[in-house]
Design a protein around this ligand. Sequence first.
Ligand SMILES: *[C@@H]1O[C@H](CO)[C@@H](O)[C@H](O)[C@H]1NC(C)=O
Ligand SMILES: *[C@@H]1O[C@H](CO)[C@@H](O)[C@H](O)[C@H]1NC(C)=O
Ligand SMILES: *[C@@H]1O[C@H](CO)[C@@H](O)[C@H](O)[C@H]1NC(C)=O
Ligand SMILES: *[C@@H]1O[C@H](CO)[C@@H](O)[C@H](O)[C@H]1NC(C)=O
Ligand SMILES: *[C@@H]1O[C@H](CO)[C@@H](O)[C@H](O)[C@H]1NC(C)=O
Ligand SMILES: *[C@@H]1O[C@H](CO)[C@@H](O)[C@H](O)[C@H]1NC(C)=O
Ligand SMILES: *[C@@H]1O[C@H](CO)[C@@H](O)[C@H](O)[C@H]1NC(C)=O
Ligand SMILES: *[C@@H]1O[C@H](CO)[C@@H](O)[C@H](O)[C@H]1NC(C)=O
Length: 391
Amino acid sequence: MRSLFSILSLSTAVTATFVHPGALHTTEDFERIRTHVANADEPWNSTWTLLTSSSYAQSSYTPTPKETVYRGYNGVDSENYPSLYRDTAAAYQLAIRWLVTKDTSYADAAVNILSSWAASLTDIEGTSDKFLASGLYGYQMANAAEFMRDYSGWASDNKTLTGTMLTNVFASMNTRFLEEHNGQDYYHYYANWDLCNLASLLAIGIFTDNQTMFDYAVNYVRTGPSNGALPVFGIANYTESGSGKILTQGQEAGRDQGHATLDMMLWGVIAQQAYNQGIDLFAEYENQILNSAEYVAKYNVGSDVPYTLYQSYQGNQTLISNASCGSIRPGFELLSAHYGQLKGLNSSWTDAYRDMVNSNSTGGVEGGGGNYGTSSGGFDGLGFGTLLYRL
Ligand SMILES: *[C@@H]1O[C@H](CO)[C@@H](O)[C@H](O)[C@H]1NC(C)=O
Ligand SMILES: *[C@@H]1O[C@H](CO)[C@@H](O)[C@H](O)[C@H]1NC(C)=O
Ligand SMILES: *[C@@H]1O[C@H](CO)[C@@H](O)[C@H](O)[C@H]1NC(C)=O
Ligand SMILES: *[C@@H]1O[C@H](CO)[C@@H](O)[C@H](O)[C@H]1NC(C)=O
Ligand SMILES: *[C@@H]1O[C@H](CO)[C@@H](O)[C@H](O)[C@H]1NC(C)=O
Ligand SMILES: *[C@@H]1O[C@H](CO)[C@@H](O)[C@H](O)[C@H]1NC(C)=O
Ligand SMILES: *[C@@H]1O[C@H](CO)[C@@H](O)[C@H](O)[C@H]1NC(C)=O
Ligand SMILES: *[C@@H]1O[C@H](CO)[C@@H](O)[C@H](O)[C@H]1NC(C)=O
């Protein structure tokens, strides 16, 4: 199916069909995951234990949908977006629980969350941060929906309503941000803003079978004008002495490491979603996503990396920023699994950062929403990569 899709996608005259489920995860992935869980293989079993003990993965979970979500205090409306990231994390975790166990009580709880938000949400407001909400929670909710797509207990009207809400509320903001950047020039917003909105368009395009939306995001990654395009994101390449590896300095290296690691988590999401539809963004620009992950990972595990001056909209960044160096962020399991395990490339620094993150988490594995604090940063990534991506 994958090779057929690649051939078809060369011709715009042909309407290609999407693989389902096929955003972050495929049916084949779930066969592997179920086998590891059934055999209690490590480290999958410990990750599964962490997931099933999450308060977000319980069938009793009750969502608190809003009509308008606010992220960023605009001086009038109180921020209420934690409801959105908590409920979205719950929908995703419950969907995984259903896919592994086939117990429909988890499926019912997951679709209830999605359908309740679909019936209620009409707008995302606040400050410019509303465009972080549209990106981050857009890709996450669409992934939960994509999982539940084939659940017979999800009433088709509710499924349609969910797709309509994702398109009208999230995707329209995603596109608006990528086109207009909230009234600023292309360089104003750091890469993570584009990246989360691109991840969202890919996921919503897949869930709603919208080829136009999906293609727009893929083309933007390849040749877009701003920081979320691969060629713009890469600031400098260096050859690592000894290994001969290419390390790529990313756009947020001079800002802080919390955002530099966030970028790599989001690049993983973008590339994985495209990969499952037959487009290998991981490989493009000579594995630039790996090369940038290696650079970020190497610095964040405590080794020196070279740096080239970057002219940001806030002024010249003459040194790499060590602010939040060593920050703990889930998401590198995906990158290690793809490049190291699947492609057999040397991802040693990415692996080292992944291990550092895991060693700081319960069970020594990658957790997800709820395992990294209660604030939004702990919910930027869907996590549980040790279970979901390791081969
Ligand atoms: C699975 O992992 C959990 C948590 O680490 C552990 O308590 C349990 O004994 C493991 N199960 C098996 C069968 O090894
Ligand atoms: C649609 O979803 C809502 C919210 O979960 C639920 O109350 C309603 O029963 C669902 N409709 C059908 C037909 O299942
Ligand atoms: C598909 O996506 C495009 C681009 O985002 C959008 O303009 C269009 O309305 C979407 N189609 C549907 C049926 O939602
Ligand atoms: C880094 O290397 C890639 C792959 O060869 C290339 O496409 C890209 O332009 C290089 N980036 C810079 C900033 O030189
Ligand atoms: C920033 O760096 C560039 C390139 O080195 C230089 O031309 C420019 O004058 C610098 N700007 C400031 C404000 O230092
Ligand atoms: C960052 O660098 C400064 C100056 O070298 C140092 O004092 C500080 O401890 C470093 N912080 C981190 C998080 O590495
Ligand atoms: C992988 O790269 C690291 C340095 O980035 C190097 O130390 C290690 O020897 C390499 N591993 C292999 C198997 O080449
Ligand atoms: C990482 O682990 C250390 C030592 O156990 C702990 O002090 C620190 O708070 C942890 N950091 C995070 C972000 O979990």
